[in-house]
Design a protein around this ligand. Structure first.
Ligand SMILES: [Zn+2]
Length: 231
């Protein structure tokens, strides 16, 4: 068990605000790539090899990061892009803190989720409990449907046993995927949800429905147990 005392809310928030200060709207590949420049060494520091795939069609680069281990592993996916144009930070949505809430462009979707995912992964690694291989994809175009990264994500998903997407969900259970339909809807696997500076829930594992079915049918025990409550 990894206890909440492994984490500092203030340290997580300080790290998160550094992410938020780098604006990275989908349609500005130079801006997204500045975010990618910032993220890559953070994942590398956790023992991942970093592969950077050049952007195409006017979008930013993709990171595919791998950490070795035994057997079929875990795929984690997060996106570097946001919906907020450059300049939002200085005009419409200044970083501000009100009690236990903090505001800023993409602080919730999904820089908060990604920062927490990396902190959780670091804690598991530091506790010497991560034996499975992990692939971590950072894509640059999720906010518009992942046109340049979907193919890669689907190929990698087939190679992995577990798929985790630390996209923050709402307390109501409503997910932020804007184009969800019955045919592409994601199922939710809830983890022990921490109360984070950025939102009401923390890591949320969301394998596609078919993956969830196969996960259920395999009757495999959850491989990670994390208690991340930070009250
Ligand atoms: Zn998102």
């Amino acid at each position: 068990m990894i206890h909440a005392s492994n984490f500092s809310t203030e340290a997580l928030l300080a790290e998160l605000l550094d992410w938020v200060r780098i604006e990275s709207p989908t349609y500005d590949p130079a801006a997204v790539n500045r975010m990618v420049d910032f993220i890559a060494p953070r994942i590398g520091a956790l023992g991942f090899s970093i592969e950077r795939l050049g952007g195409r069609d006017g979008y930013g680069d993709i990171l595919r990061c791998r950490r070795p281990g035994d057997g079929p592993g875990i795929l984690m996916i997060a996106h570097a892009d946001t919906v907020h144009p450059v300049g939002t930070l200085a005009s419409k949505l200044l970083i501000r803190r009100e009690g236990d809430k903090c505001f800023g462009p993409a602080i919730y979707d999904m820089k908060g989720g990604t920062v927490i995912a990396l902190a959780a992964m670091k804690a598991v690694i530091d506790a010497n409990k991560l034996n499975l291989p992990v692939t971590f994809i950072i894509n640059p175009d999720e906010e518009i449907g992942s046109p340049t990264s979907r193919e890669l994500i689907e190929a990698e998903a087939k190679r992995h046993r577990y798929v985790l997407i630390p996209e923050p969900a709402k307390a109501s259970g409503v997910r932020s995927r804007r184009d969800a339909t019955p045919s592409n809807a994601f199922s939710s696997l809830r983890t022990d949800g921490p109360r984070t500076p950025a939102g009401p829930t923390g890591m949320v594992a969301r394998p596609c429905a078919s993956w969830l079915r196969s996960w259920r049918s395999s009757r495999a025990a959850p491989i990670l147990t994390m208690d991340l409550r930070m009250r």
